[in-house]
Structures are given as structure tokens and as C-alpha cells.
Design a protein around this ligand. Structure first.
Ligand SMILES: *Cc1c(COP(=O)(O)O)cnc(C)c1O
Ligand code: SF4
Length: 349
């Protein structure tokens, strides 16, 4: 049987391999690949039904990546918010700790595409130890988010070594792993990996699905293994033009996530990342999608639609506005557009 490493090793990286698979002519993408690498593993490649579909758009380079007129390399100012390399300390009580430069696929819309999968992202035993040392010296850090790249592309041994050192820091209450592996390379989630992660509770995983076609028997099995190990699963979806910027598609995705025991956590407005401008939608599109969902489907399926403030200002929720008037009565409309009244208590005014 093929291991996850075999599947990863047979990934395609060039237009020649892509053209051979799809019997197509896409040579111009090699120019893009020279700046922003391509990696499409065999599993995800086989989910792509046809050129230009929602999965193709996420995986296959587009000439537009090199012609982005608006966006910037590091829109969230992560490099300036890093007290040591690969550790971003933006919020008071939690840090983002990048422990892998590799992913199972290089998403074309990646917010960290300036460095993920390239030699501009140097992760070494020294940067890992420096990150751990920073966390040891900052006991206000209650939660550590492991990200990258994808932490689950590390070997079991490598991951175990980082997690055990992190768990040995008494001030670290919660460990959170951000990984797209359950979606892009679900066979990486083995019983051995689930057993390893289970040793480090409370440990949360936020995964990343963007389209209902990504929810397959394989990805469902991966999420089941993790959920059965007691790991609460969340999902960080990115709102992407031509992929999921439609109420019907988003609804189907969110309801399918609930069925595989993944709780939608964030729906992200696309960051201003250089090379991703062609994926951006107006925020009004996202707000309209949220309005089409809230109240109409289970509240469990509703993520927070969030915008990550340019310049590292942090995330803010973007919520449909139901309030019509704030007087001595609060006047609002409900999810069906009916006008409602709630009399304020009068205290504190
Ligand atoms: C998004 C993010 C977090 C986590 O934010 P939550 O709202 O807790 O999910 C932490 N640090 C950085 C730098 C982030 O970008
Ligand atoms: S898996 Fe995440 S970090 Fe990796 S390329 Fe995709 S969006 Fe970027």
C-alpha cells in the first residue's frame, strides 16, 4: 500500500507533468512556478474533475499571480511582528509558531505565499528552539498555534519532539494546530499520528476546506480518526472568487463539515497578499453569503466571517447588520427580514 510519503513524492511540480495529466497546454505557468512553487499531490490531483473547476483554481498556478496590481508581500506585517524568526506575537495571550515550511499542496491563494514552500522560509532546529525559548520566557502566552507551512508534514518523531517540549512549558494551556492535511493529504492522518496528538491534550486542530468536493471518504476518515482521539476540529475557510463565493456552495460545504464533525470556525476575507488579487471578492459578497446562512441552517454550521486587518491589526468579525434603530427600543430585522422590536431595560442609559 502507498504511504502518505509515496503520494507526496509523486506530486507534480511542472507544467509538463500537469499537461501530461490533463492532456493540455499550460506552459506559461512555469514562469509563475519560478516565483511561487506548485505542488499538487496525486490525491488532490485526482479530485480535480476538469480544467478551471474549483479545485483546479486552488491548486494550479495562474498567470494573474505575477500581475497583481494591488497586493503586498506581507499584508499582515508578520515579519515585523516576529520577535524571533517564525514566531508571530500579535495578540497578548497567544502566538503563531511556524514549524514547517512545507505543505501537501501549495494553495495559490496562500496568505504566506511569499515564503511557504521556498527557501525564503528557513525552519531549523535552532529557529524551533528559539521559538520555544521565547514562549518559555513569556508566560502570558496561554495558547500556541502551530502552523507553517503545514505542521503535519513533519515526521511523527519531529512533531512529537516539538509537542513534548511545548507541553513541558507550564504556562502553555492550549495547543492549536493549523493544518490543511485532512483536506489535501488525508492519508497523512494515521492511527499512529492520532495516538501521538492525543498525548498532548488540550489540543485543538483547525483544518481548512474550501469546497464541498473536498469532502471525500478519505478526508472524512481522517477527521474521524482525529475526532475519535478527542481532538476538537474547526475549519478555516477562505472566501475565494470562482471557488466558493456563492451561497449554495458555501451552505453545502458548511453542512458537510458538520457531518464529518468539523465545526466551521472562520470564513476569511482574502488577505491582501501579492499574487492572490484574482481571488478577492468584495466584502459585500461575504456579508450576503452570511445573511443567507444565519438562521436558515444550524448555528453550529455558521463560521465567523473575519477580516484580518492589514498591517497586523488583528481580526475583526464582519457581520450582517440586522439593527434598524437603537433607541429606547432596539428595532431590528430577523433572518427572514421581518421587523422586530426589543424594549431596552432603561438601566445604564
Ligand atoms: C489569527 C491569528 C491568531 C489566532 O486568532 P484567533 O482569533 O484566536 O483564532 C493568533 N496569532 C496570529 C498572528 C494570528 O494571525
Ligand atoms: S496549506 Fe495553508 S499554509 Fe500551506 S499553502 Fe495552503 S494555505 Fe498556505
Amino acid at each position: 500500500m502507498k504511504t502518505w510519503r509515496d503520494i507526496l513524492n509523486s506530486s507534480i511540480h511542472s507544467s509538463a507533468a500537469l499537461n501530461a495529466h490533463f492532456k493540455s497546454e499550460h506552459t506559461s505557468i512555469d514562469r509563475v512556478i519560478a516565483t511561487y512553487p506548485m505542488r499538487i499531490n496525486e490525491y488532490y490531483l485526482n479530485l480535480i474533475q476538469r480544467e478551471g473547476d474549483a479545485l483546479w483554481k486552488q491548486a494550479v498556478p495562474d498567470a494573474a499571480e505575477l500581475e497583481d496590481p494591488v497586493c503586498v508581500e506581507d499584508p499582515l506585517d508578520e515579519e515585523n511582528l516576529s520577535p524571533v524568526p517564525n514566531l508571530v506575537h500579535k495578540y497578548p495571550d497567544r502566538v503563531l509558531f511556524l514549524i514547517s515550511s512545507q505543505c501537501a499542496m501549495y494553495c495559490r491563494f496562500c496568505t504566506r505565499k511569499r515564503k511557504v514552500g521556498t527557501d525564503r522560509m528557513a525552519i531549523t532546529p535552532q529557529t524551533i528552539e528559539a521559538g520555544l525559548e521565547y514562549i518559555r520566557r513569556h508566560p502570558q502566552v496561554r495558547e500556541v498555534l502551530l502552523s507553517g507551512g503545514d505542521p503535519l508534514l513533519l515526521s511523527d518523531t519531529g512533531l512529537d519532539s516539538i509537542l513534548s517540549r511545548l507541553r513541558a512549558i507550564p504556562s502553555v494551556q492550549v495547543i492549536r494546530i493549523g493544518t490543511r492535511v485532512p483536506c489535501t493529504l488525508p492519508m497523512r492522518v494515521t492511527p499512529a499520528l492520532a495516538a501521538l496528538l492525543k498525548k498532548y491534550h488540550p489540543l485543538y486542530i483547525n483544518t481548512h476546506f474550501n469546497h464541498p468536493a473536498e469532502i471525500t471518504p478519505e478526508s472524512s476518515a481522517a477527521c474521524a480518526l482525529l475526532a475519535d482521539a478527542g481532538i476538537p476540529l474547526g475549519c478555516q475557510t477562505v472566501l475565494l472568487k470562482g471557488v466558493n463565493d456563492h451561497p449554495e456552495i458555501m451552505r453545502e460545504l458548511l453542512l458537510k463539515l458538520l457531518q464529518i464533525r468539523v465545526k466551521p470556525y472562520y470564513l476569511f476575507q482574502t488577505d491582501l497578499t501579492a499574487g492572490t488579487n484574482h481571488f478577492r471578492t468584495p466584502t459585500a459578497t461575504g456579508i450576503a453569503i452570511m445573511r443567507s446562512l444565519i438562521g436558515h441552517i444550524s448555528g453550529l454550521a455558521i463560521p465567523t466571517y473575519a477580516l484580518d486587518g492589514p498591517g497586523g491589526k488583528g481580526k475583526i468579525p464582519l457581520t450582517p447588520d440586522y439593527i434598524l434603530d437603537r433607541g429606547s427600543d432596539l428595532i431590528f430585522e430577523n433572518y427572514r427580514g421581518e421587523r422586530c422590536t426589543y424594549p431596552e431595560s432603561g438601566d445604564g442609559t
